[in-house]
Design a protein around this ligand. Structure first.
Ligand code: JFZ
Length: 493
């Protein structure tokens, strides 16, 4: 019936049916849908503001973004001062949402600017910590939802320039991280709680006019950031889930284009984007918008069910306590992840072709808390020893096994990142037909590990007797295009 409709009906009706099909296929869910669900080309609807391309970007900047694999997120702003507390009451939600959860007016909130004076802030010390941690890029909040800007924006009165601290935090960070060879990515929230022209939805002509002014303001700020800090490698947009924004998909496409003209090679996250029909991240035809999917937040794709995501670049985000981005004075309110859990997420992300970004929320004076320094230290030590299985590595195309995660380097080496050792001591590896494991080596010690072929294309990699006490890596050298010899176990009986 669909085909008859398509050949006999007019354009509008034709598209109506397609949209109906799209709706049935994708529903209205937002981010991180199953990316394997794309449409037969003849069912696609024409989009002016949809995906720019169907394949991964393969230029040098995108390859650098991908090879980086591990990043550091920093959420810093006035919420570090309140640190989850208002009028003697402690709020257990994200400290960066205090304005909302404690019902504070923007005017009252911005009085905190008088107390912004991070005397201990030293961008070079931050960059050195990042270097020790082994992160290859920094994502820094230029402006979070409250509207306070960490750079002296000419378009807002709520900026560092109007505080006792005065210093251009973004400028100092870009300089220090550039000097350490760590890429800088700028976070920018479109959602703005203190701008009078911001609207959640457009209900009247006045709303429409105000929101147009708001989009002009945001564009000016984005342009200003790209002009002031032209060495940055990425813009990461947030706060794009409201109806007002979704109705203006054209603007998100325009901003992506503008940034790519201003800074050649720049990457932009999918969360910036909405299409002609207000569909976010993935357009109405199921194609990824922006350069990488940024919907994996505080969770990661399932290693078995979600392998479809390996067709895209993506980035996942992890907070130390549950959903705590900015500094919160009380970390007993939720579980706090340990460094080994962070390392597991790093391995998990790389094994599925994604990046992982670990979030820190510095104190108002500019210091990191003890737990963060410890995280940086342990992750950094592990990355120093084992980084070769993460940086520049990707999805290996092998079936997930219980002991941990596979990654593959550009030269075809397979890495086994081991988190669980079975009682048998044997780590099972299933290789594709026509390949053979030539050699297994403990990455850290360079020592050979025994391998036994247990049935066709299946091996036991025999665990070293001594437990290394931390996640460890075995390197597999693979021989490809092997002639398959007949063996007695080929018989099925
Ligand atoms: C947003 C912010 O609200 C939060 O403060 C932080 O900056 C984070 C990086 O981004 O929070 C989100 C955004 C998207 C989802 C969840 C939380 N999501 O898509 O599931």
């Amino acid at each position: 019936p669909l085909l008859i409709f398509q050949t006999n009906s007019g354009f509008m009706r034709n598209n109506f049916v397609k949209i109906l099909v799209l709706f049935l296929l994708f529903g209205t869910g937002v981010s991180a849908q199953d990316p394997a669900k794309t449409l037969p080309a003849d069912l696609e609807i024409p989009l002016k503001y949809g995906a720019e391309r169907l394949e991964k970007r393969q230029d040098a900047s995108m390859r650098k973004f991908r090879d980086n694999r591990l990043g550091l997120f920093i959420h810093w702003g006035l919420y570090a001062i309140t640190s989850g507390e208002w009028n003697g009451k402690l709020y257990d939600g994200p400290s960066s949402f205090l304005l909302k959860s404690a019902n504070i007016t923007p005017k009252e909130w911005m009085k905190l600017m008088d107390r912004w004076n991070p005397t201990n802030f030293d961008a070079f010390r931050w960059a050195q910590m990042a270097k020790r941690m082994g992160v290859k890029y920094l994502k820094i909040t230029t402006k979070h939802h409250d509207g306070f800007c960490l750079w002296p924006s000419a378009y807002s009165k709520y900026t560092v320039a109007q505080t006792p601290g005065k210093r251009d935090i973004i400028g100092e960070l870009v300089k220090a991280f550039d000097a350490e060879g760590i890429d800088v990515h700028l976070y920018y929230s479109i959602l703005d709680w203190s701008h009078p022209d911001f609207r959640y939805s457009i209900k009247s002509k006045e709303d429409s006019i105000a929101f147009s002014r708001f989009l002009e303001f945001a564009e000016n700020q984005i342009k200003e950031l790209a002009t002031r800090y032209p060495t940055v490698k990425d813009f990461w947009f947030d706060g794009t889930w409201d109806a007002s924004f979704k109705e203006n998909g054209w603007w998100s496409a325009h901003i992506e284009k503008m940034l790519k003209e201003m800074i050649p090679g720049i990457t932009v996250n999918s969360r910036l984007r909405a299409d002609d029909y207000g569909k976010r991240h993935f357009d109405s035809n199921g194609h990824l918008m922006g350069d990488y999917e940024s919907g994996y937040e505080r969770r990661l794709p399932d290693p078995v069910k979600d392998v479809g995501i390996t067709r895209h670049d993506w980035e996942g985000y992890m907070t130390l306590p549950e959903n705590q981005w900015g500094y919160h004075k009380d970390w007993t309110l939720s579980y706090v992840k340990t460094p080994f859990e962070a390392i597991q997420r790093i391995a998990h992300a790389t094994s599925m072709g994604g990046n992982l970004v670990i979030n820190f929320g510095p104190k108002p004076e500019g210091d990191f808390r003890q737990e963060e320094l410890e995280m940086a230290d342990i992750v950094g030590k592990w990355m120093k020893k084992n980084g070769e299985c993460i940086y520049g590595c990707d999805y290996a195309g092998l079936a997930k096994q219980d002991w941990g995660y596979y990654t593959r380097s550009k030269d075809g080496t397979i890495y086994m990142i081991v988190f669980n050792i079975p009682y048998s001591g044997n780590l099972v590896v299933k290789m594709p037909k026509g390949t053979r494991i030539e050699k297994a080596i403990l990455l850290e010690k360079g020592r050979k590990v025994d391998i036994v072929e247990t049935s066709r294309d299946e091996y036991n990699v025999c665990m070293p007797v001594k437990d290394p006490g931390e996640p460890f890596v075995i390197k597999l050298q693979i021989e490809e295009n092997v002639d398959v010899e007949d063996k007695y176990w080929d018989a099925l009986t």
